[in-house]
Design a protein around this ligand. Structure first.
Ligand SMILES: N[C@@H](CCC[C@H](N)C(=O)O)C(=O)O
Length: 286
């Protein structure tokens, strides 16, 4: 007897592989396949780098209430609210389809609008950052999410402490450090991701402020580990850095996979993210 595919009824559907600064996605268009779903098992199978696919996130394009909707799963199978880099990819797919240079669509954390600003370059309005402790969410009420009560290392001599917390549709914890490349993010990333302060876990970044206009950022993503780039983390880092008076409202965020231009607009409190989109290949799920 054949063993059932972990893909379930997704087997046989077309997918597209894309990435934003090396943060890569299997994107499945479910608009013509109402009722089909990405299960946790299917997401884990598609995300597994040792398997036939392998990616950081699994993305769906669906239709809900007559509007395009983007669904997001991490490689560990968890469903999430936001993904900055994938938002640019989905924006580009929808704009190519319509022939327009702007598009609006829905995500689990709210509406998004995207605009084409060059060949394979898209700017996305990521909405307003959420900064209250209960919006991150944190497990404990803190007066100020700019400096959360978390310490790493020996109690009397912590190596990292007082990160900022920002929610960009998903929870982020940002440590400001002198040298981002010298941090053992692979070791403490999973500990902070699962720290009791973060009841919904967290994406963990180390941010080095190079100047008022540049941040070097490395990211341990919740449910995916270290990735080449994380768009929402770049937005969260700029917001956190500006709240600590370390940068201007607009800065370049340099990730392992390349650079994003981030602006936290004063006029409407929205965070804008501009960056590239890359097509890899099309295939059939089997
Ligand atoms: N890579 C993404 C973020 C994906 C979700 C994240 N790992 C989470 O669990 O919140 C981005 O570009 O923002």
């Amino acid at each position: 007897m054949d063993t059932p595919s972990p893909l379930g009824d997704l087997a046989g559907l077309a997918f597209r592989k894309m990435n934003g600064l090396g943060n890569d996605f299997v994107i499945i268009d479910l608009r013509a396949h109402r009722g089909m779903k990405v299960t946790e098992e299917a997401a884990r199978y598609l995300g597994d780098r040792a398997g036939p696919y392998g990616c950081d996130q699994i993305i769906t394009i669906e239709e809900r209430a007559g509007e395009p909707f983007m669904g997001i799963w991490n490689a560990d199978g968890s469903a999430v609210g936001a993904c900055g880099n994938a938002t640019r990819c989905v924006g580009q797919i929808l704009m190519d389809e319509s022939g327009e240079d702007a598009v609006a669509f829905m995500t689990p954390s709210g509406p998004i609008s995207a605009e084409r600003v060059g060949t394979n370059r898209v700017v996305v309005d990521m909405g307003e950052p959420r900064l209250k402790w209960e919006e991150i969410p944190l497990a404990e009420e803190t007066q100020d999410t700019r400096f959360v009560d978390i310490k790493l290392g020996p109690i009397d001599k912590p190596v990292l402490w007082g990160p900022s917390a920002v929610n960009m549709g998903n929870p982020h914890c940002i440590f400001f450090v002198e040298d981002a490349d010298a941090q053992a993010l692979d070791r403490f990333g999973p500990m902070i991701e699962n720290h009791p302060m973060f009841p919904e876990r967290a994406n963990v970044s180390v941010a080095q402020v190079k100047s008022k206009y540049e941040i070097r950022l490395r990211v341990w993503e919740r449910g995916a580990g270290i990735t080449q780039a994380c768009g929402t983390a770049a937005c969260a880092a700029l917001v956190a850095a500006h709240r600590r008076r370390l940068t201007a409202r607009k800065a370049s965020v340099v990730l392992d996979g390349g650079t994003l231009a981030i602006e936290w607009r004063e006029s409407d409190n929205h965070v804008m993210m501009a960056g590239p989109v890359a097509f890899e290949y099309d295939g059939i799920l089997e």
